[in-house]
Design a protein around this ligand. Structure first.
Ligand code: SF4
Ligand code: SF4
Ligand code: SF4
Length: 270
């Protein structure tokens, strides 16, 4: 019954936005619309969404992905949501993405705002197959101060809820020096694997979740191309293509000594 009501509401909003083309939205002015359109920083998009700036341009606000989602995960932003109006998003603490293997929200997108290639992988027969595990809807962080597992209390709900258990979330065992007998069993997230589905955030026992999914560009750093991981074959290949510039050892040593002897304030001024 509840689901029917939600579906009706969603359909009504979709039709309203499509029919009105945003121009006739009651008291909503274009100014307000544009303000909301700028509030793009903290928003989670459906699986296979292209980068946010391109997504905003490509999304026609048709609502096809919202209608296709069987779990009511996706919503179309309405005035007051403080999100670009008419665009699809989800809030994991409310309804996370259930990671449907057939990803029904993606192939129905008519504009390329959701790009099926981002959730496809090539199988042994060299044909493409849908692979929801490739989705990168967000990245997950854990607040060690409020996660009770970091206090030594047994809780592994987020770990158990994760569809990629032991890959996206694993449990790290640590000795509890304070009590000497109870172990810490701390959840650890690997954002290279995590899809950002938010099933962990949904089940977290704390009042405000200690584990949260946020847009990847907010959570993740970027190392830059000048750092090379010697143990990573892809990085090794980059190294082979790099300039064959030779460094003088004495010069490098002198530079290192100068750096170590310099005042930290000079370093900041640079
Ligand atoms: S993968 Fe399934 S649950 Fe997730 S947004 Fe798409 S349709 Fe909804
Ligand atoms: S968002 Fe949470 S539950 Fe989903 S894959 Fe990542 S760690 Fe697992
Ligand atoms: S469910 Fe919440 S409190 Fe429990 S281990 Fe996970 S993050 Fe910590």
């Amino acid at each position: 019954m509840k689901k029917d009501k939600m579906a009706t509401r969603r359909e009504t909003i979709r039709k309203m936005l499509q029919g009105a083309g945003f121009l006739g939205l009651g008291g909503l002015t274009w100014g307000a619309y544009i303000d909301e359109a700028k509030a793009v920083d903290i928003i989670l998009r459906p699986p296979a969404a292209i980068p946010e700036e391109d997504f905003i341009k490509a999304c026609t606000k048709c609502g096809a992905c919202v209608t296709a989602c069987p779990y009511d995960t996706l919503k179309l932003a309405i005035p007051g949501d403080n999100k670009p109006v008419g665009t699809p998003y989800f809030e994991p603490r409310d309804i996370p993405c259930e990671m449907c293997p057939d990803i029904p929200c993606v192939p129905v997108c008519p504009s390329g705002a959701l790009d099926i290639d981002l959730v496809s992988s090539v199988n042994e027969e060299k044909t493409n197959r849908l692979d929801i595990n490739k989705a990168k809807m967000g990245a997950t962080i854990i607040d060690a101060n409020t996660c009770v597992a970091f206090w030594g209390i047994q809780c592994d709900l987020c770990y158990r809820a994760c569809p990629l258990m032991d890959e996206a979330i694993s449990i790290k065992y640590e000795r509890n020096e304070r009590t000497g007998k109870h172990a810490f069993l701390k959840p650890v997230v690997n954002n290279e694997v995590c899809t950002g589905c938010g099933l962990c955030e949904k089940v977290c026992v704390t009042d405000i979740p200690a584990i949260k999914v946020l847009p990847r560009n907010i959570v993740l750093g970027e190392v830059g191309s000048h750092y090379i991981k010697g143990w990573d074959p892809d990085d090794e290949n980059r190294l082979k293509k790099a300039d064959d510039e030779k460094y003088n050892d004495d010069e490098s040593n002198n530079k290192a000594m100068e750096y170590l002897n310099s005042d930290w304030k000079d370093l900041i001024d640079e």
